[in-house]
Design a protein around this ligand. Structure first.
Ligand code: PLP
Length: 399
């Protein structure tokens, strides 16, 4: 009998593991590795939010809370949905978890039976297919063309749907592409979903506040008739620089939220009480810091795009949101490194960038799309400049 459960066979080892291990090795050798692979911003959590956390500790708010989260936080979430999108949720339609990640997992685990299918447009966040598989469902990956801005076309959605389809996962702005769905693009997808009453929409809006040239839109607001079958997921990790506090939330149909709370009640119980008070401050204390973050990211994005498009073999479209760029590296595939190794995949290219030029990026294969690399621009302008110069030199070194 094996110690490790059979269901873990469906889970892929992390694509970035070898890269992360190699980056650590190089750092130990004293090499100045620039990391552009992180999914978190370099800004600190706003001071007022930290103070709220400290107040919670000093005030003894360190006990168990309600499984769905403290009421003032759910009230703040409710107001933010209402003010930002005109979405009306009752408090018991809102659940708070350990980051948006746990909320997505709870939703899948609460709803998927063996054989249920989940349509996932790719490139996609690394965790979606594995979470679906862990929950016993079947990920149905639908490749989205770069020429369509990496966005799901209604015809492709229609073609992917079967009687077993239970969820469509939408993530806008998208990790890794930065693609943002417009209102009309969501309406076109909604028209397909109306023909298939059994399908629910999981709208992962975690990068909502980080849009540049596009307006954010979310399915439950754009298509009110789909409100009753949409779970809208969001959180403070990305918008409020609070990744480590682990607070995310979901709002949707009551029976689903109740089932998600049931799972959470028997697993983590809830996220930290202290984090919940801090998140309440982030949501209700005015989010002026977001404008400052967006301005800084825009400057970084434009720098990275202009530099990467000078690199021989890379081509990079301008993403509308999040803090990633996803350049194609098709032009370097088949080329030889100065050491004589042929670059056959985006993973080979990423390893070359790391080994020879000490820049850590994530290969597109991790996001179910090749040949691309994902570069996070959540780093200082100085580091981004140095890193992009190294990438340009790396590309120039290939023959
Ligand atoms: N959804 C997407 C698309 C993400 O990229 C991430 C984090 O990288 C998450 C969810 C998880 O967010 P959290 O840190 O709140 O769990």
């Amino acid at each position: 009998m094996s110690l490790i459960a059979e269901r873990l066979r469906a889970i892929r080892p992390s694509e970035t593991k070898a890269m992360t291990a190699r980056a650590a090795e190089l750092r130990e050798q004293g090499i100045d590795v620039i990391t552009l692979s992180q999914g978190e911003r370099d800004f600190d959590t706003p001071a007022a939010v930290c103070e709220a956390g400290i107040r919670a500790i000093r005030g003894g708010r360190t006990k168990y809370t309600a499984v769905a989260g403290i009421k003032p936080l759910r009230q703040a979430i409710r107001e933010s949905f209402s003010c930002d999108h005109g979405l009306d949720y009752a408090l018991d339609q809102i659940t708070v978890g350990c980051g948006a990640k746990q909320v997505v997992f709870n939703a899948l685990f609460a709803s998927l039976d063996p054989g249920d299918e989940v349509v996932i447009p790719t490139p996609c966040w690394v965790s979606y297919p594995d979470m679906v598989a862990l929950a016993g469902g079947k990920p149905v990956l639908v490749a989205c063309d770069e020429l369509d801005g990496f966005k799901l076309r209604p015809e492709a959605l229609e073609a992917a749907i079967t009687p077993q389809t239970k969820w469509l996962m939408l993530n806008s702005p998208c990790n890794p592409t930065g693609a943002v769905y417009s209102r009309s693009e969501l309406l076109a997808l909604a028209a397909v979903l109306r023909r298939h009453a059994q399908i629910y929409v999981l709208s992962d809006d975690i990068y909502e506040k980080l849009t540049y040239d596009a307006d954010f839109a979310t399915m439950a607001a754009v298509a009110p008739d789909l409100y009753g079958r949409t779970l809208t997921v969001n959180g403070v990790s990305k918008a409020d620089a609070m990744t480590g506090w682990r607070v995310g939330y979901g709002a949707g149909p009551l029976p689903l939220i109740e089932a998600m709370n049931l799972i959470q009640g028997q697993t983590s119980s809830h996220t930290s009480s202290i984090s919940q008070y801090a998140a309440n401050e982030a949501l209700s204390g005015g989010r002026d810091h977001i404008d400052e973050f967006v301005r800084a990211f825009l400057e970084r994005r434009d720098l990275v795009i202009s530099k990467l498009n000078q690199a021989d073999g890379l081509s990079c479209r301008v993403p509308d949101g999040a803090f990633y760029v996803f350049p194609s590296c098709a032009g370097v595939i088949g080329k030889r490194t100065p050491g004589g190794k042929v670059i056959e995949t985006d993973a080979d290219f990423a390893m070359y960038l790391l080994d020879a030029f000490a820049v850590a990026v994530v290969p597109g294969s991790g996001f179910m799309a090749s040949p691309y690399i994902r570069i996070s621009y959540a780093s200082s302008l100085a580091d981004l400049t140095r890193a992009c110069d190294r990438i340009i030199a790396a590309c120039a070194g290939l023959s």
